[in-house]
Ligand binder design. Structure first.
Ligand code: ADP
Ligand code: MG
Length: 234
């Protein structure tokens, strides 16, 4: 599938926390059946962007549109409209098996075969294993699988590879690259590992101090001297 017209469009998104301007008039577009990478130094506003898009920051200013329709209201309402997200911190409850957790996250009827296939695709532990026995990196992959099983229009991932050993990043990237075609979803990926961004993302938006520093096709953005400087300055 070739990435198409934007499915998720954000215009003029601004968020402040008291004196801190976390986002200042940010525009982004997630291409249909594509992957938008969002990168930038710590504190640039990446997690705030996902929080605002998904409705966790009701005071955010600006416009969010999904399939050309305004996306407003609570996180639960936006989730029902087709948005799913993961959090930067591990939130997976340890008391469940992998399968019970996946069914809980997916919130729709999913066959055992579909679950097994999705777990296998991501190299995750088997469905019957208790989450308490799954290490944090793999738990976060299980969370991603749960949201994919929900069949959202757009999945927003906040540093999903952060808990994985670096040696597993290449395999994760290869799988993630196949996700739009395989699950019929578009992805916004926040990621620090630029090799992973290079291997997965169609387009990239760079945030720095809450502003868009650069945006466009991946190759051009990652070669932009201003972007490299923002990273070296971290
Ligand atoms: P990133 O994910 O790019 O590292 P964040 O979006 O977490 O950055 O944070 C952006 C800025 O907003 C930072 O200066 C951070 O300290 C501030 N910030 C984030 N969340 C809050 C909050 N709940 N209250 C106050 N300041 C916050
Ligand atoms: Mg963050």
């Amino acid at each position: 599938v070739t990435p198409g017209a934007p499915v998720l469009v954000v215009r003029g998104l601004s968020v402040r926390f008291g004196e801190v301007v976390a986002l200042s008039s940010v525009d982004i577009e997630v291409p249909e059946h594509g992957v938008l990478g969002v990168i930038g130094p710590n504190g640039a506003g990446k997690s705030t962007l996902v929080d605002a898009i998904t409705g966790f920051l009701p005071n955010a200013e600006g416009r969010v549109e999904l399939d050309g329709r305004p996306l407003t209201g609570s996180p639960a309402k936006r989730a029902r409209s087709g948005l799913r997200r993961t959090f930067q911190q591990d939130r997976v409850p340890p008391g469940l098996t992998v399968e019970a957790y996946l069914r809980f996250v997916a919130r729709r009827r999913v066959s055992t075969a579909e679950i097994a296939e999705a777990l296998d695709f991501f190299g995750c532990p088997a469905a019957r294993i208790p989450l308490s026995q799954v290490d944090v990196g793999a738990r976060r992959l299980v969370e991603v699988v749960g949201h994919l099983l929900a069949r959202p229009r757009v999945l927003l991932l906040d540093e999903p590879a952060a808990g994985l050993p670096h040696s597993e990043h290449v395999a994760f990237g290869e799988r993630l690259r196949q996700v739009p075609a395989r699950f019929g979803v578009s992805v916004l990926l926040i990621e620090h590992d630029l090799d992973l961004v290079r291997s997965v993302c169609d387009t990239v938006t760079v945030l720095d101090f809450g502003r868009v520093l650069a945006a466009g096709p991946q190759a051009g953005v990652l070669a932009d001297p201003a972007v490299l400087k923002a990273y070296m300055g971290e």
